[in-house]
Design a protein around this ligand. Structure first.
Ligand code: HEC
Length: 194
């Protein structure tokens, strides 16, 4: 006969084992990315030195910077590493304009302009941070008449030195902060993004 005490300790061991099994399952949650070019799976992995924000995004598809920037606009200008600076340093402004207004590429603020895509997303999925991350990371097929280059340093054919997951997430948060269109702001929703 098992004593009461040993039944209790057996239960404790069982519970700990279950908890131990549950943890790795949780940690393996993954945001499944697809290329905007052709919908094929897009492989971007957590890399050494990735920030907590980058890891959260790769697990949940939620960009923590978007909400942080929405609450505290001063972060957009954060010294050296803020989203606005990264947008300028990496030449996004050359095609999309210093104020996101669109120059030789569609406006990203969607406040209006010359082109059909200056008020709405060329790719509807860009209303989520997941969709926009896919568009910036691996480029586009050219629906608006020009193509968007590939930027993520883990994606073949990227421009220059390429950008890290963290840098792209900050740039997206900056783009969101300048939005002036009348579409849905899916990026402010807390639920996992498709
Ligand atoms: C050489 C010009 C060029 C540069 C530089 C460039 N883009 Fe683009 N981008 C484009 C073009 C052209 C499109 C439209 C693509 C299409 O129709 O497939 C586009 C599309 C986009 C879109 C989707 C817009 C929509 O309405 O759906 C986003 C977001 C974007 N670019 C962000 C960026 C960011 C961030 C950078 C800098 C890291 C950048 N772009 C640099 C040319 C450029």
């Amino acid at each position: 006969m098992l004593s009461n005490k040993s039944v209790k300790s057996t239960m404790l061991v069982t519970m700990l084992t279950l908890a131990g099994l549950a943890l790795p399952l949780q940690a393996s949650a993954e945001c499944k990315l697809v290329s905007t070019k052709d919908n094929s799976p897009l492989s971007v992995k957590a890399a050494e030195g990735d920030t907590a924000e980058a890891k959260t995004f790769l697990e949940t598809c939620i960009n923590p910077y978007t909400q942080a920037y929405a609450k505290d606009p001063a972060l957009i200008l954060e010294k050296k590493a803020g989203g606005k600076k990264l947008y300028g340093y990496n030449g996004c402004s050359g095609c999309h304009g210093g104020k996101l207004e669109g120059v030789m590429a569609p406006s990203l603020s969607k406040r209006g302009g010359q082109g059909a895509f200056d008020t709405k997303w060329v790719y509807a999925k860009n209303s989520t941070d997941k969709g926009m991350f896919e568009t910036i990371s691996a480029g586009t097929p050219g629906v608006s008449g020009g193509i968007m280059p590939t930027w993520h340093k883990q994606v073949e054919g990227h421009a220059g030195d390429g950008l890290s997951t963290d840098e792209i997430l900050k740039i997206i948060a900056y783009i969101r902060s300048g939005y002036g269109g009348d579409g849905d702001k899916d990026w402010l929703k807390d639920e996992p993004q498709k």
